[in-house]
Each structure stands twice: as C-alpha cells, then as structure tokens.
Design a protein around this ligand. Sequence first.
Ligand SMILES: *Cc1c(COP(=O)(O)O)cnc(C)c1O
Length: 361
Amino acid sequence: MIKFLDLYKINKEHEEEIKVAIDRVLESGWYILGEENKNFCSNFAKFCGVKHCIGTANGLDALSLIIKAYGFSEGDEIIVPANTYIASILSISENGCTPVLVEPDINTYNINPDLIEEKITSKTKAIMVVHLYGEAVKMNKILEIAKKYNLKVIEDCAQAHGAKDNGIRVGALGDAAAFSFYPGKNLGALGDAGCITCNDDDLAKKIEALRNYGSHIKYQNLYKGVNSRLDEMQAGILDVKLKHLDEDNLKREKIAKIYLENIKNPKITLKKNALGEFNVWHVFPVLVQDRDDFQKYLTENGVQTVIHYPIPPHKQEAYREFNHLSLPITEKIHKEIISLPISQVMSEEDAYEVCRIVNSY
Ligand SMILES: *Cc1c(COP(=O)(O)O)cnc(C)c1O
C-alpha cells in the first residue's frame, strides 16, 4: 500500500538527533519554558525572517492568542476564507468575534483578494489569510486593502511552513502569524505544538504573558491569560527537524512535479502554475467530480488518500448560523477535492505508480 503520509518514517529519519534532544531535556530537569524553547523560537524567528517567535501549545491557541492580544472581541468582525480548516474560524468565534466568510479563488483554493473589500464594514478589525494546502497567499492586494481600512493582517501558516510570497516567508507577511506543529504538518512535533511570529515588540510581550496565565513574573498576573505553552521536549525535537525543513519541502516539490507532469486523465483537475517557492505542498489536492468513486478506486488499488475537507465550515453543525449561506466555490471544492499521497519520505517510484493508477481511472 502507498501510504498517504508515513509519520513513522518521517521521524525515524531523524531518530538519532531526536533521541539526543529528548535525552537532553530529560537530564536538564526543566520541562516547560526553558532553554530549548528559547533556542527553537529564536531559530524559527530567524528562519521566518521576523523578530519574535512565541511558542504555544498548538496552532488553534496561537491564532486565538493573536486575536486576544489585539483585544478584538464581541461585535468585532474578522474576514476569513470560507475554504479553510475549521480551526481558522474557531479562533475567531472563540474570542466572541464574528467570522466573515470570503470565497476562494478556484485556481489557488486560497482567499480571493478581489472579494474582500465588499465585506468590510465599520466593525471589521482584521483580515485572516490562510496559506492553505501549502500555497502562500499572494499578499500585495490584501496588504493594500488592510492599509486603506486600517485592519490587522493575521496569517494562518499551519499548512505552509517555509513557503514564500515575493521572496518573504509566510509568518513575516502580515502583522502577526500563527503556526501549528501538529505531527502531520510540514514541520511536525511528536505531539501538539504551535507558535506565533511577529515583528511588533509590544504584541510579542503581551502574547508571551497571555499564553502563560497572563503573567511575566511568577504569581503576578497582568491579564486574564490562558495556559498554552510549547514544552521543552517538543521544542528540542522541532529544532532538530527545522534544520531539514527546506530540504524536506523540496523533496515534496519533487513528488508534486512528478504528479503534475505525469497525471494525464481528463477526469482529474490538477493545480495550475503551482510550482515554485510559494508552494510547499502540505498536501497535493486534485479535483474530481465523482470523488467518492475515485477514492474507492484508489483504495482498492493500494493508494491511500485523505479529503481536505469533506464538509465546509459553514455547513457544519457547529456553525448552524452559517448553514443557510451559499458559497458555491467553497462548496464545489469541498465536494470534489481529494489529496494524493505526498511527503519528504515518499519514493519517486511510488509517485510514478500513483500516476499510473490515477491515469487508469
Ligand atoms: C492544523 C491547522 C490549524 C490548527 O492547528 P492545531 O495545532 O491542530 O491546533 C489551524 N489552521 C489550519 C489551516 C490548520 O491546518
């Protein structure tokens, strides 16, 4: 069977170095907010090209903490793509703000910058962009709109570690950015983890406290904070894997290139103009009209696939207030999209085999 994502193999590649990091933490006797955290966050900030990186417990908390730090709450609106993983939208609701959903561009699957301005009201406080499936959002127009209306730009980088727009890494494109290091992401921990990146000194300082009970100095609480910290073990492991991130992303691109050049089946729609430093191929999405049948066929032929995602956020039970909305492009994507196997440990042979099977469908 060709696995969708072989996490065991991915981490096994760095077994020796990971074990050294784990051992170092064990021996240090210090497990939360210590040297490993400082070291990884400093390296990740450098990698992204920003001044600050603050570790959090996961990606959803990272997004939510940015909104909390800006003080956005009840009555404030935040623009967000309708086509995203639900966490982006949950981070807005969690703070009592109203998510304002915007349709994607059918070619990139990312938010359509031309549809943002019409959604802006006197209550709009921020635009959240999501670099979905590994592809960096083209930021030019969005940054212009944000400037014109004095809005913050928040990046959800959970699927795009290392991707660039205009030569600048995601995480450094807006006012503040959230990353997830969930095991299956391009940079994945061996558990839950996340972080926030930004250049704003005051914001970074506030988030540092907010994620630690609202406290800089033990038992002195400035804010009503939360507990969402990156632990030493995960920080040590992430620092090992960060060193290989660019090379891992290039290996993913190699697989993507094989798919793009060799999948020739009129029933399958591939992404166009998708190769380049703006795309780190978190997943390899294709559109197919009879998706369930296609997935069944692939499973029967030994190719594991995953659907990102089967139900759009506005059609979820949790968002009953949005169930009536008609977002045809988002709905089409959720109905037809399916992700083929891709990762840094996938062999080129397997990629050619997937092409052969997909072409015989
Ligand atoms: C994974 C993901 C998140 C949430 O990250 P967690 O670490 O799982 O909380 C947020 N947004 C997007 C787009 C994601 O893919």
